[in-house]
Design a protein. Structure first.
Length: 97
């Protein structure tokens, strides 16, 4: 995992080997619901309108489970336009076991 992928979080427990396993987090910025005829007619440079605005929170998922919400930002000091998510809400994660 990239050392810069997460910052300002709690330190991993070195006695637990599972804390070193990378996991994929998906960030959802919004959804679109076009008709099939609209979708198949889309071409390069077409615009697909989402159900969210630029300043709306994004949702973070592990698999299909919502784990947090946050705001998209440009990484400080980065001139390449790298995006980061500033977490604003972390959901209570409870085991299904």
């Amino acid at each position: 995992m990239d050392d810069n992928a997460l910052s300002s979080g709690p330190a991993a427990d070195p006695s637990n080997p599972f804390t070193a396993v990378p996991i994929e987090v998906s960030v959802c910025v919004g959804k679109a619901r076009p008709l099939i005829r609209e979708l198949v007619s889309l071409g390069e440079n077409a615009l697909l309108t989402l159900d969210t605005r630029v300043d709306d929170p994004v949702e973070l998922y592990v698999g299909e489970r919502l784990i947090a919400r946050g705001m998209l930002e440009e990484k400080e000091g980065d001139t390449t336009g790298q995006l980061v998510v500033r977490l604003t809400e972390i959901l209570q994660l409870q085991s299904d076991l």
